[in-house]
Design a protein around this ligand. Structure first.
Ligand SMILES: *Cc1c(COP(=O)(O)O)cnc(C)c1O
Length: 479
């Protein structure tokens, strides 16, 4: 292509003002801020100039206006959107961790649009405590004397350390200096709290005497951290909760445990082992324990602090709490979720995360067969569909090394021009978005995390995405 040809093609492109007169842009100018519409037109023209320089034929004005309209539609749609999670990762942090059950959703709806007793004691008509709504429930469920709920477990650890150890020392094993996804690191939270970290032991072995030797006049607490997202295996030694609690109490020091997930229901009958139970930690003598609400508990994003009243009272008086406090929607969802745990069978049946973690292989196989059948019927010969065995993960930095056997629908576009990455990208753009796993030339949809009630929507989105992926190939490299 000669320079002269390129120049001629560039000259044929309409000016911004002219393109703005091409439908549907005049209508869109009436609906949206001018900057937004003009910005989209400029971006489309810039992209078009690049393509012309690469040797492409320019599009005509109606096609350019269409692309600008698509850009405007994309930039004015809701950003936080519903997703069908077909990854099989039950507590997918990027997809919002635990989905809430019906009871929790209804509890949110009940208080969201109106007023609530958030900080009023309805019996006396006096000012109440927002944290009081779940104290009794947590007491019954765990045996803890007192409790407090904050924004997430990172905030819980920060508040505990800031209250009990600011300006003093906290002893931690080198084998437990964890980093959790999203930049939670024990040394950094410690620094932010104003406490000084005293590391003891080695990466693989820490003994009780290591802790004991580190105790001095500046020691404020001993901290144990659950290594939630990795396992120390091989030549290793960690001090048990009971041993550490015993040591702390001999020296009159509070002993704190960051449990990470904090299981309230025993899942070992389903082969899910290795996560500590909240009740065990307290029974072992921990004075303060913290854990997340949206990991294995299956509730909203919160950090739960349990423990002895004298420590919790200090935390409630800490001004930092005001910056970490939870809102009414969160408390409503948490209370509803905890209420289910009063009857463990109900929790297993109705807390979605627990249901997904404990669902049996027969049900998964039947569900996968059903989804495969629906997809094959809807898409015909355009895709090859097969049910295969696979593994799901708990996710959310819990249960590392635990592979949950599952059944997966394996999908392969049959049209050589439709690449599986393009299909996955179109699935992400749908409403709801569908997220699967891509490996080699295949897309895998794990039914463990897709309730049957979502199948019809998933199939509709899949069909539409397949059509768009095919059309995208037809219009070439425009996007
Ligand atoms: C997940 C986790 C955290 C952070 O909890 P968030 O609720 O995500 O803030 C802290 N400590 C441990 C051990 C964890 O597993």
């Amino acid at each position: 292509m000669s320079e002269a040809q390129i120049t001629e093609r560039l000259r044929r492109l309409p000016a911004v003002d002219r393109l703005l007169q091409v439908p549907p842009l005049p209508d869109l100018l009436g609906q949206w801020p001018k900057e937004l519409v003009v910005g989209a037109v400029r971006a489309v023209l810039d992209r078009q100039r690049d393509l012309i320089r690469q040797g492409e034929e320019p599009l005509d004005a109606p096609a350019l206006a269409g692309h600008a309209a698509a850009r405007i539609a994309a930039s004015t749609r809701t950003s936080l959107r519903r997703v069908i999670n077909a990854t099989g990762v039950v507590l997918h942090t990027n997809l919002g961790r635990a989905p809430l059950g019906t009871e929790a959703v209804e509890a949110i709806v009940a208080v969201a649009g109106g007023y609530s007793s958030l900080e009023m004691d309805l019996a006396s008509g006096k000012r109440g405590e927002r944290y009081a709504h779940v104290v009794r429930l947590l007491q019954v469920l765990t045996g803890a004397e007192d409790s407090l709920v904050v924004n997430n477990n990172a905030a819980a650890v920060l508040l505990v350390l800031h209250t009990l150890a600011r300006g003093r020392e906290v002893v931690v094993s080198r084998g437990q200096l964890v980093e959790i996804g999203g930049s939670f690191r024990i040394p950094e939270v410690m620094a932010a709290s104003g406490a000084t970290l005293v590391e003891v032991g080695t990466t693989n072995k820490t003994y009780l005497r290591d802790y004991e030797q580190a105790i001095g006049p500046q020691t404020a607490a001993l901290l144990r951290v659950h290594t939630s997202n990795y396992r120390l295996v091989g030549f290793t030694r960690q001090v048990t909760a009971a041993e550490l609690a015993g040591l702390g109490h001999r020296y009159g020091l509070p002993v704190i445990e960051d449990l990470g997930s904090g299981l309230l229901a025993d899942l070992s009958p389903w082969g899910i082992r290795g996560e500590p139970l909240v009740t065990s930690s307290l029974q072992d003598g921990m004075d303060v324990v913290t854990f997340s609400g949206d990991k294995l508990l299956g509730g909203p994003q919160v950090g739960i602090i349990l423990g002895q009243r004298k420590y919790l009272e200090d935390m409630k008086r800490n001004n930092l709490l005001r910056a970490l406090r939870v809102d009414k929607l969160t408390l409503a969802a948490l209370e509803a979720t905890l209420r289910l745990y009063l009857q463990p069978d109900r929790a297993l049946a109705q807390v979605p995360a627990l249901r997904m973690l404990t669902v049996g292989p027969e049900e998964l196989e039947a569900r996968a067969a059903k989804l495969a059948g629906l997809l094959a019927r809807a898409c015909g010969p355009a895709v090859g569909v097969e049910v295969i065995r696979g593994f799901s993960q708990a996710g959310g930095g819990s249960l590392p090394g635990v592979d949950l056997p599952t059944f997966v629908v394996q999908v392969q576009p049959q049209d050589a021009g439709v690449r599986v990455e393009a299909l996955a990208a179109e699935l992400r753009q749908g409403d709801p978005a569908v997220i699967g796993r891509v490996r080699k030339d295949m897309l895998f949809l794990d039914v463990r995390t897709v309730p049957e009630g979502d199948f019809a929507e998933l199939v509709r989105c899949f069909q539409a995405a397949l059509v768009r992926a095919g059309a995208r190939r037809a219009t070439g490299s425009y996007r």
